[in-house]
Design a protein. Structure first.
Length: 429
């Protein structure tokens, strides 16, 4: 019997007129080879119809291994796999095809409950529910929306599916506590767990407001205590390094003004994003930003605004009305770029800024350090940074009465003198 090599050699050397004769001879002399070639040809030339499933081998004590089947449905691989109870490939294929409809129907019926559908779509950008919540709160950046969407879809929904949770009422304080424990068990840090829970809390707040649940379990859920070793303190630049940097020419006006505001006021990022021209008030010749909303109740306060900074803001926002937030539409990227630009203006490497954890928020720490280093009392820190205010300080600096206005204006003038001398490098002590 001819080998495949010999057969190829014979065919290659023949003229076309001899191929019919030779084909007849090869059919009789090497039938196995021809049958194998026809099988290969069929595999490569025939249009293959997708099976709609894949088989996976898993170890099994009794059989050595068994096949599990995973199904494709609407161009997506379903999240579960099902045992075929056999290690025979052909039998596993028969099981997969025969039980496909039943298995997929049961799976979708279990996993696509009203609750799961609602959670899955809540943070979708095109979801009318999310759009309404955004209009009500106006606090969700795009990066945060994506982070919350990921937390719900990739962590919370799979957790609920494992517990077979089908209704809103089944989301209880103990259940949320178990979810916290599961996140901690996979190595997530306490602060990150708390952030994940905020994504759930916003949804539960909506459900409560709409009357879909009676009590909001998130309100009674204790936050995970952040361990001391997990806390990362924001660094800040040396005082002398920043001195005079705002007297230089900057290529990016946005970065310049953002840095100028945080380094001269010590406001929080969210406060800088929310204030408008209409929030700027004057008390006894001193300008202040009247913060009516803040992270805490103590954050509702007056913040001294240096005349030079006011002029820059007024010029930047000259086309805006008094109610529009000066920086309301900027994203986190602008704060990050402002920090990077400040470092470049001072000749500081990015590696140093990463090592020292210097961010835009570090400007707030710089302001506090600058004031303390120049002898300004702790009451100014309480008053102008939004920390907890003692009753004596609150009474002394009550700007609603004449004496309080005089006290707060005098503190503001002290701050302006420090900024002139130590930040703007205009002389003085």
């Amino acid at each position: 019997m001819l080998s495949l090599k010999d057969a190829i050699s014979i065919v290659s050397g023949e003229h076309k007129q001899n191929l019919i004769h030779r084909r007849s001879m090869l059919t009789h002399e090497c039938p196995i080879v021809l049958k194998a070639l026809r099988l290969v040809d069929h595999e490569y030339t025939s249009v293959r119809k997708p099976k709609g499933y894949s088989l996976i081998r898993r170890d099994n004590k009794k059989l050595g291994f068994v096949y599990y089947v995973r199904y494709w449905h609407e161009k997506k691989m379903l999240g579960s796999k099902w045992c075929t109870h056999t290690n025979d490939h052909e039998e596993a294929c028969i099981f997969a095809e025969r039980n496909r409809q039943t298995i997929i129907s049961n799976y979708l019926g279990k996993n696509n409950s009203e609750l799961i559908k609602f959670l899955n779509q809540f943070y979708d950008l095109n979801n009318p529910v999310y759009q309404n919540e955004y209009r009500r709160n106006n606090e969700m950046t795009e990066s945060r929306r994506k982070r919350y969407l990921s937390a719900i879809q990739n962590k919370f929904i799979p957790f609920l599916q494992k517990r077979d949770i089908q209704t809103y009422e089944e989301i209880t304080v103990p259940l949320l506590g178990d979810f916290q424990d599961e996140l901690l068990s996979i190595g997530m840090k306490s602060k990150s767990v708390n952030d994940e829970m905020i994504a759930i809390g916003k949804i539960l707040k909506y459900l409560t407001r709409k009357g879909l649940i009676t009590n909001n379990p998130y309100l009674n859920l204790p936050r995970i205590q952040v361990k001391l070793e997990e806390k990362k303190t924001h660094g800040c630049f040396e005082l002398d390094l920043v001195k005079g940097v705002f007297n230089k020419h900057w290529n990016d006006g946005d970065a310049y003004l953002l840095n100028l505001i945080v380094y001269t006021t010590g406001m929080r990022n969210s406060e800088i994003k929310s204030f408008s021209k209409g929030d700027i008030v004057s008390i006894l010749g001193c300008r202040f930003i009247d913060l009516k909303k803040s992270k805490t109740d103590f954050g509702v306060r007056l913040v001294p605004l240096h005349d030079a900074v006011y002029e820059k803001i007024a010029d930047y926002a000259k086309e805006m009305d008094d109610e529009t937030a000066v920086f309301g539409n900027i994203s986190k990227y602008y704060f990050q770029k402002a920090t990077k630009d400040l470092g470049e203006m001072m000749g500081v490497s990015e590696e140093f800024m990463v090592e020292e954890n210097i961010t835009y928020y570090s400007g707030r720490h710089f302001w506090k350090t600058l004031m303390n280093a120049n002898g300004l009392g702790e009451d100014a820190e309480e008053l102008f940074m939004g920390h907890r205010v003692t009753s004596n300080v609150a009474k002394l600096y009550n700007h609603r009465d004449k004496q309080g206005k005089e006290h707060i204006a005098e503190k503001a003038r002290e701050i302006f003198r420090i900024l002139d001398a130590k930040l703007f490098d205009r002389g003085g002590t």
